[in-house]
Design a protein around this ligand. Structure first.
Ligand SMILES: [Mn+2]
Length: 499
């Protein structure tokens, strides 16, 4: 028996599939060279890898481009290209008017496969716009998921590309809480079933701690801020001592650091109950909410086996200008696995450096009444400002009851903004995407994302206006919803009142 909600979802998926079939027909019958344009992050890379592999299977001639974001001159420039079929993945929906203006013509067809907010009109026979939101799916669909729908319609063999769509969704932070556990939901979960059926992914339940294959055990615990382990999180010596008390060896017989993935079942249980005990002892909320789905990529090994960590690697490729290397990893190109190691290392180091820079330059953290700003100017790269925002937001160092906005100057004189809000703020109705969109409405800026994680790029001259608008919009939000961003203590009191 399926619930009504499940059946409604299946109906939405059905109508999306019929659109995907229409697009597949266009691709199949197109004889010339195709240009595939995708976003440069993990979701965009997996989207491109899915379409690449599918086009390859159809014997098509094509080339791939990655962009950080679409720009009008870039789109205009494409009107001179030889390709008369252009496919956009994980982007494009926000630029329908610009794309129509410069690229639509009698002899050119445009396919846009996206899951971001739509801006503009898509009514044109030569514009095939497939966006999950159009079919009533606001979340739990990635750009790679939409791309997978097309690939699946092209050829049933492409069911083996479902794992890439799962990785895209994970890279886009679409794993969320389901009751006391964590995992993928909605369409993502349906695609996950394809990945399990095609023996590409194995789902297990385990400790929800990052770095199962890539971090020494004690480091994985030290860096875990969600779930938080009192006395262990953010303390290396605390983590080492904790493991010793549990009788879990830090190194193997060869003297190498052990990882979470190397632990026996018995050790995993010991560790889990140890963590729960610590969380009970210091009155953490939901002390046993430390488990979630773990997705193992069955065609990959070692540090590439955990889907979560693999997604991070793809993001690092994109952000360091090596999105092509990401595609190579997705299609299991042997050389790529060696080539990516220094790239990933460099990425991790640059994030680490950025965080310690903030630690010794605390004045860039500006604690406003309604929002916490992190303003490092040009001291932190635009490419990692969103990572910095996420990590700082989860670190427990900033007030949880206000959103975090991090801003970095970009190479071409703009300002990149990355904002994060906690689950409880989002559950209470805060929507950062809307708040940002409203704040940039009167400027040339460009923004998008989701309720709890959103971003924008604005010109430097609009920076002050943006800050004022955000402060204003949030003040109004708190007034309207009567939810003051009060301190920790009063927040707990508020909760009691609600009971
Ligand atoms: Mn995406």
């Amino acid at each position: 028996m399926h619930s009504a909600i499940y059946l409604i979802m299946l109906e939405k998926i059905e109508s999306m599939i019929s659109m995907a079939k229409e697009i597949a027909d266009v691709i199949r019958s197109y004889p010339g060279k195709i240009h595939l344009v995708s976003h440069y992050d993990c979701d965009g890379i997996t989207s491109a890898a899915i379409i690449t592999k599918a086009l390859f299977r159809e014997g098509k001639d094509f080339r791939v481009s990655f962009v950080k974001q679409l720009k009008e001159d870039m789109i205009k420039g494409m009107s001179n290209d030889e390709e008369k079929l252009i496919i956009f993945t994980d982007l494009g929906s926000g630029y329908l008017d610009v794309i129509s203006k410069h690229l639509l013509s009698e002899e050119r067809k445009i396919i846009i496969a996206d899951h971001h907010q739509t801006e503009g009109d898509d009514k044109n026979n030569n514009l095939l716009h497939i966006n999950s939101m159009k079919f009533g799916m606001e979340e739990n669909v990635s750009g790679a998921g939409v791309a997978y729908m097309i690939a699946r319609s092209l050829n049933p063999e492409n069911i083996d590309l479902s794992a890439l769509a799962v990785i895209g969704a994970i890279g886009d932070s679409q794993i969320g809480s389901i009751g006391s556990s964590w995992g993928l939901m909605g369409l993502n979960k349906e695609i996950l079933k394809d990945a399990e059926n095609s023996k590409k992914i194995k789902v297990m339940n385990g400790l929800r701690i990052w770095g199962r294959y890539t971090r020494p055990l004690h480091k994985a615990l030290e860096y875990s801020v969600d779930p938080y382990i009192p006395g262990v999180s953010e303390s290396e010596s605390g983590a080492v001592q904790f493991l010793q008390e549990l009788g879990i060896e830090l190194k193997d017989e060869k003297g190498m650091w052990r990882t979470l993935a190397s632990m026996s079942e018995e050790e995993s249980k010991k560790l889990a109950s140890g963590i729960i005990k610590e969380r009970i002892r210091s009155d953490e909320e939901n002390p046993d909410f430390i488990f979630g789905d773990i997705y193992e990529l069955l065609d990959k090994n070692g540090e590439f086996r955990d889907a979560n960590e693999f997604a991070t690697m793809l993001n690092s490729c994109g952000k360091l200008g090596k999105a092509y290397l990401g595609i190579a990893l997705c299609i299991n190109d042997k050389k790529a696995f060696e080539e990516v190691k220094p790239v990933f290392e460099k990425y991790r180091r640059s994030i680490g450096k950025a965080l310690s820079w903030i630690e010794s330059n605390q004045k860039v953290i500006k604690r406003g009444e309604n929002v916490t700003w992190i303003m490092p100017g040009n001291k932190i790269s635009e490419h990692i400002i969103s990572n910095v925002a996420s990590i700082m937001h989860r670190s427990g160092m900033l007030p949880e009851n206000k959103p975090v906005f991090a801003m970095a100057d970009t190479e071409n004189g703009d300002v990149k903004i990355s904002a994060r809000a906690s689950d409880s703020l989002v559950e209470n109705g805060m929507n950062l995407k809307d708040i940002i969109r409203e704040a940039i409405r009167d400027s040339s800026g460009d923004g998008g994302g989701h309720a709890g994680a959103s971003g924008a790029t604005i010109s430097k001259q609009d920076e002050e206006m943006f800050i004022n608008n955000i402060e204003h919009n949030l003040r109004r939000y708190y007034e309207e919803t009567d939810r003051k961003p009060a301190g920790e203590e009063s927040r707990k009191e508020g909760r009691k009142e609600n009971r």
